[in-house]
Design a binder for this molecule. Structure first.
Ligand SMILES: [Zn+2]
Length: 320
């Protein structure tokens, strides 16, 4: 096809305009891009001059958010701990109040009817779990005077079972705890801390190793029992001895039938029984005897309760 000269000129003009327009566009966007990146640079510079960095600030903010999250969790834990401390303090206050009303002596509110307080000393151990099973089956509560144990997680099982936990010292080492008043209180505080760390409260009921009437302590410190029986009460504790004995501490593996007979004999006609038993590792015959002991006491009309700071305590004659 032959184009006329006029048409060729028209095409040339159009082509030239298109080329110019494209070149102009490229130049425009190039300038714009340059302008933007220099704008970002200048913002970064301004931030730097102000002592800030965009990247740095973001990670700093993230760190702050994480730290606040951790702080919140630890405050929630503290709140929980404080709530159980308040509960335990309320128990102490209520016990002290009833003592105030009683002229400074432990609770005088009498318990009605025939009642038996089952108590287990020197645990927890594997035997504790068997005892907890029996108590659950029989639907009776008990009190455990505990020492330091590698099974300290069992303390939680005792508390969860609705039973009471009392303190019986950390070491149960007569030579150590009865060496001096200070040694005794330090050891008592240690077991208190251990129990609190597991169950969330510090018990205020306790029992002395050997009972308040023990004379072994004379060997280590004359008169210590007279002082610390008073001293623990001044510190807000109520100590419990016993007036009924299973005899399971006499030696290991006392036959279950002998334990049952000992309970029958020492219970006699007493209306309130504070029955001493042990859940230490060697006392498996106590576990065997327990169902028969409970069954006998039920047949004699006893109901079962756990010890609290408000229970009128059984006290033996101080032996040293
Ligand atoms: Zn003991």
């Amino acid at each position: 096809m032959q184009l006329s000269n006029k048409t060729k000129v028209v095409y040339l003009v159009i082509l030239t305009i298109l080329i110019c327009a494209m070149a102009g566009g490229v130049a425009y966007f190039g300038v714009q891009a340059n302008y933007r990146s220099s704008e970002i640079d200048s913002i970064k510079k301004a931030l730097e001059n102000a002592g800030l960095s965009a990247d740095h600030d973001l990670s700093k903010l993230q760190e702050q958010v994480e730290a606040q999250g951790e702080q919140k969790a630890s405050m929630e834990q503290q709140l929980k701990d404080n709530q159980s401390k308040i509960q335990s303090m309320e128990q102490v206050i209520s016990g002290l109040n009833s003592r105030l009303e009683n002229g400074g002596k432990p609770s005088a509110i009498p318990v009605y009817g025939k009642v038996c307080y089952l108590t287990f000393d020197d645990g927890p151990s594997a035997n504790t779990l068997n005892i907890l099973d029996i108590l659950k089956k029989e639907n009776v509560p008990a009190t455990f005077f505990v020492i330091h144990s590698s099974h300290k997680d069992y303390l939680k099982k005792i508390a969860d079972g609705g039973h009471a936990i009392g303190l019986h010292t950390y070491s149960h080492d007569y030579a150590k705890i009865y060496q001096s008043d200070q040694a005794y209180y330090e050891d008592l505080q240690k077991i208190s801390d251990e129990v609190e760390s597991v169950v969330g409260y510090a018990p205020k009921i306790m029992r002395f190793p050997g009972g308040a009437s023990n004379t072994i302590s004379k060997k280590y410190n004359k008169g210590i029992m007279s002082r610390i029986t008073q001293g623990v009460e001044d510190r807000g504790y109520v100590y419990f001895d016993w007036n009924c004995n299973s005899g399971d501490a006499d030696k290991n593996n006392v036959p279950a039938s002998s334990l049952v007979e000992s309970v029958k004999k020492s219970a006699g006609s007493q209306r309130v029984l504070n029955l001493l038993m042990h859940d230490s590792p060697a006392k498996s015959t106590t576990v065997q005897a327990l169902p028969q002991i409970i069954s006998y006491l039920k047949s004699q009309g006893y109901r079962f309760e756990k010890l609290t700071i408000e229970t009128p305590p059984v006290h033996q004659k101080v032996g040293n």
